[in-house]
Design a protein around this ligand. Sequence first.
Ligand SMILES: C[S@@+](CC[C@H](N)C(=O)[O-])C[C@H]1O[C@@H](n2cnc3c(N)ncnc32)[C@H](O)[C@@H]1O
Length: 230
Amino acid sequence: MPGKAAYDGLADWYDEWAKPQGAVRNDDEASRLVRELLGRGRGRLLDQGCGGGRFFELFHELGWSVVGIDESEDQLRVARRRASEARAELVHGDATALPFDGESFDAVAAVLVSTDVEPFEALVGEAARVLKRGGPFVHLGVHPCFHGPHSLFQEDGRRLVGPGYRERSRQVDLPAFRPEGIRARVGAVHVPLDDLLNALLEAGLRIVRVEEGREAEPPWLLAVRAEKPD
Ligand SMILES: C[S@@+](CC[C@H](N)C(=O)[O-])C[C@H]1O[C@@H](n2cnc3c(N)ncnc32)[C@H](O)[C@@H]1O
C-alpha cells in the first residue's frame, strides 16, 4: 500500500498509551466482551485492523488461528512481537479491500476500528464476503451514542451533548480530543448507531447479540455479534 498510514510512527507510543484500556491484560471489559461475543472456535479468524496485535493472545486462547491485517507497517512491526506466541499471520493491506478469497475465514473480528477505518460499510462488506457461511463477525467499538463529534467529556465524568451526531467526516480537531490521547494525533471518524447496525444488515449479516459495556457510566463500548446466514 503506497503512502504513510495514520498510525505509522505512532505504533510504540499507541501500544503503551492503550494499555490501560485493556486487551493486552485480557481481564478488561473490551477483552471480556470480545471473548463473550466471539466464543471458542476453530479455524481461521481475520483480525481486521489488527494494529499491534493486542487481541492476538485472546483469539489464540479461544482456539482460533489468527490472521491480522493492517494498513500501518509500523503497527504490524509491533504486532510481529506478539505474532509468534499467538502463531498469528500478518498481512499488510486494506481492511476495506481484503486480499482474500470469498468464504476463506471461519470468523472475523473488527476491534476498536470503527473510529479509524473508512468507510465502515466497506469494512463490514468485506468481512461478510470473506466469511464462511454460519461464521461470526464480531464488532467491538466505542459506543457511538456517547463518543463522537456531538459529545464532550466534562471534568466530572458527565457528557455535554451538542450537535454533530450525524457528522461522519474525519474530525481532526475536536474539543473532545484530549491532547495526550490518540485522537488528537490521528483524528476520528464517527459512525452513528443506525448506520453502524444497518451496515451489518445491508452486508447480509444476521445480528444475534448486542452488548453495551457496563463498567463505565455511560458505557464506552458497544459490541455486536452477527453471523453470515447458512
Ligand atoms: C485504534 S487502532 C486499533 C487496533 C487494534 N484493533 C487494537 O484494538 O489495538 C485502529 C487500527 O486500524 C488501522 N486501520 C485504519 N484504516 C485501515 C484500513 N483501511 N485498513 C487496515 N487497517 C486500517 C490502523 O492502522 C490502526 O492500527
